[in-house]
Design a protein around this ligand. Structure first.
Ligand code: SF4
Length: 437
């Protein structure tokens, strides 16, 4: 195990930290300067005068923001000795508060963490083996991982679902083959963080490889990527998306916001600059790519200026698909306790303004398809002989659809060419003249 230790205050604290490290070395805990590699984050605080207290509190908050699922946060020193009760109440993210005479307890605490980790790993293995009884349909979600190691401050999922655990490729491929045999044509690849696939195995190249293997499965025609994280989209992933015809030229990247201040408060790794450059690269490499995103309005501390910047960003980026939610307080999350919570009516009004803007962008985007012939997956046949379906540019349930007429006798699961004759805010309509494939 590794510990990241920040020491504040006087020489006495420095000596206490050295004692703590010696005790932990004795049970194979090494010091690291890299927060991401640490299993334990520890801050040795000072509570001498007002400024020192303030500095200690800021240092604890900094570590709370950096803390990932699976990491533990320990606060020691004068501040935790004097204000243990208050800190425990105000900072539930702190796992252990130790006073100045409690350093000897550290080895026992760390051994307890080891046991917890072993139990969590055991539980993770059991999950992967669960069988699946597929309910049917032409499109099926396939889960490639469970849990999440990010700690977005508004989200309770990591606390509910635990550490990120990638499924083994063999298990995913076997499930995908079985789905194909049951008539599934479209696989929707999902996880809390799809682009994190394989990182818990210490590898960053597993997602592109998995996608190529999924493409080789007979019967599967479309493979769609949901919940991708901007900062984890690699050139190799873009290349595979570009080269593999079965991979839909579609990607869902929930960015949540564009303001660096709000992104930092959300504990997201992206910045406006990184989001812009990833989207620019995707559009450059795959010119017809459709990008979907999700936003949160009214996150604690979101000012009028932050919101206006988000509005201008959406206007500029012209996402093809977009969902927006007013921020909702989730119990036990850091954001729920943040000051400057935004009033509900303001959050909702901001979400409505973004949606009204997106409606215009979506209509403009859809109009470019008029006169074009697109491949459509038939999903439903109506009594009057008309059909509804989807192009590869739309995800099931959440995106646009195509309503069309034309050839008789089409069935769900067929792929047909549909010439688009009209475009609406969120739907297309057209006619199918040619026979199904
Ligand atoms: S929002 Fe997504 S990435 Fe962030 S913590 Fe929740 S599940 Fe993980």
């Amino acid at each position: 195990m590794k510990i990241y230790l920040k020491t504040l205050g006087c020489e006495k604290n420095t000596v206490d930290s050295e004692n703590a490290l010696a005790l932990l070395n004795g049970i194979d805990v090494e010091e690291t300067q890299d927060i991401k590699k640490a299993d334990i984050l520890m801050v040795n605080t000072c509570g001498f005068i007002h400024d020192a207290k303030q500095q200690s509190i800021e240092a604890i908050f900094d570590l709370i923001r950096e803390k990932r699922v699976g990491q533990k946060l320990i606060v020691t020193g004068c501040l935790s000795q004097r204000y243990a009760k208050e800190l425990a109440k105000e900072m539930p993210e702190v796992d252990h508060l130790l006073g100045v005479n409690d350093y000897a307890k550290l080895p026992e605490i760390v051994q307890g963490m080891r046991k917890e980790r072993i139990a969590a790993q055991k539980a993770a293995k059991e999950y992967e083996e669960l069988p699946r009884l597929y309910a049917g349909g032409v499109s099926a979600a396939i889960k490639i991982a469970e849990g999440c190691n990010n700690v977005c401050t508004y989200c309770a999922i990591p606390y509910i679902r635990g550490l990120y655990r990638s499924r083994k490729p063999e298990a995913i491929l076997a499930e995908a083959k079985q789905l194909a045999e049951q008539g599934v044509k479209e696989l929707v690849v999902i996880a809390q963080d799809v682009t994190g696939y394989g990182r818990d195995f210490g590898r960053s190249d597993m997602l592109p490889k998995l996608l190529k293997d999924l493409c080789a499965i007979d019967g599967i025609r479309w493979i769609r990527l949901m919940y991708c994280y901007e900062d984890e989209i690699t050139p190799e992933l873009i290349r595979v998306m570009k080269d593999e015809p079965k991979i839909c030229k579609y990607i869902d990247i929930p960015i949540q916001h564009s303001s660096d201040i709000i992104l930092k408060a959300m504990n997201r790794k992206s910045t406006e600059h990184s989001i812009r450059s990833t989207i620019r690269e995707l559009r450059k490499q795959i010119p017809d790519i459709v990008i979907r995103t999700t936003l949160i309005t009214g996150f604690p501390g979101e000012t009028k200026e932050n919101f206006n910047a988000l509005y201008a960003f959406v206007e500029d980026m012209k996402f093809d698909r977009l969902g927006v939610f007013p921020y909702s307080k989730e119990e036990g999350t850091a954001a729920a306790k943040m000051p400057n919570q935004v009033r509900s009516d303001v959050k909702q009004r901001r979400a409505d303004r973004i949606m009204a803007l997106q409606q215009k962008i979506s209509l403009d985007n859809n109009q470019k398809y008029i006169g074009k012939t697109l491949e459509v997956l038939v999903e439903e046949v109506f009594e009057d002989g008309s059909y509804s379906g989807r192009t590869a540019y739309d995800a099931p349930e959440i995106d646009d659809g195509v309503l069309f007429t034309g050839l008789a006798g089409l069935k769900p699961g067929m792929f047909v060419p549909v010439t688009i004759t009209d475009a609406f805010d969120y739907d297309l309509s057209g006619v199918c003249y040619e026979s199904a494939k």
